[in-house]
Write a protein that binds this ligand. Structure first.
Ligand code: ADP
Ligand code: MG
Length: 235
């Protein structure tokens, strides 16, 4: 499909820190085709989280534009911005961010209740291989299992975009590969568009497209003609 899910045009984000302006993003321009799995790659401080937050509507740009589907996200203000996050974007994070007093099922249901078009928590948890852990609390789950719950939670609203900020950054190598395989499978089985941030170049090999950031600039955009299966990634 040649339709673009995300277009960023000269996107900029400056943070005023007292007298100093931090130029976290200095004019990023790129397109993300619908249904693709994209890795945003770059060293610490290169602007990856800033970029993901602008695309996800968690922050607003200083300049430039972000389009997601048929919406211009960069001009949205509350309450439209909250509505956009709630209906259009699923997020997964390095530290899972599950509610500790809720079970796996309840964590997923909580987000499902907020969305118009929600799926079934049980179905989603089965999809991520946790059909036998529905009533477990986060502390009773391994890191990999917690991230699977977080993925189910992100998917229950049937988002247009799935955004992940270092989703395997807090997992051991083997567990990280399994979570990456799950993300690859979800991408392959649906027209969901996935953007995943990492500082780990090896993870770029599983992506359809790798967008490399350096010091707030897009350094390169590379397409992988044959992405590697996550099980073959080495680091
Ligand atoms: P990455 O995710 O690639 O590590 P970030 O997007 O978090 O990079 O940060 C890019 C730059 O912007 C860094 O120099 C960081 O210190 C700065 N930065 C990020 N968020 C803020 C903020 N809320 N206030 C001030 N500076 C920030
Ligand atoms: Mg970051």
């Amino acid at each position: 499909m040649s339709e673009n899910a995300v277009c960023c045009v000269e996107l900029q984000k400056h943070y005023q820190m007292g007298e100093v302006v931090v130029r976290a993003l200095r004019g990023a321009t790129f397109d993300v085709p619908r249904g693709s799995l994209v890795v945003l790659l770059g060293p610490s401080g290169s602007g990856k989280t800033t970029l993901l937050n602008l695309i996800g509507g968690l922050d607003t740009p200083t300049g430039g534009q972000v389009f997601v589907g048929d919406q211009e996200v960069s001009t949205l203000v509350e309450p439209a911005l909250t509505e956009y996050r709630r209906e259009t974007v699923g997020f997964i994070f390095q530290f899972f961010n599950l509610v500790p007093t809720l079970t796996a099922r309840e964590n997923v249901e909580l987000v499902g209740e907020l969305a118009d078009n929600a799926g079934e928590a049980t179905d989603l948890l089965e999809r991520v291989g946790l059909g036998g852990r529905l009533d477990y609390y986060p502390t009773e789950l391994s890191g990999g299992e917690q991230q699977r719950v977080a993925i189910a939670r992100a998917l229950i609203k049937r988002p247009y975009l799935l955004l992940g900020d270092e989703p395997t950054g807090n997992l051991d190598y083997e567990t990280g590969l399994l979570v990456l395989q799950l993300i690859r499978d979800i991408s392959d089985d649906s027209d969901l568009t996935v953007l995943m941030v990492t500082h780990n170049a090896a993870i770029g090999q599983m992506a359809d497209i790798v967008i490399s950031l350096r010091s707030g600039h897009v350094e390169s955009i590379e397409e992988n003609a044959s992405p590697l299966p996550p099980s073959e990634l080495k680091w």
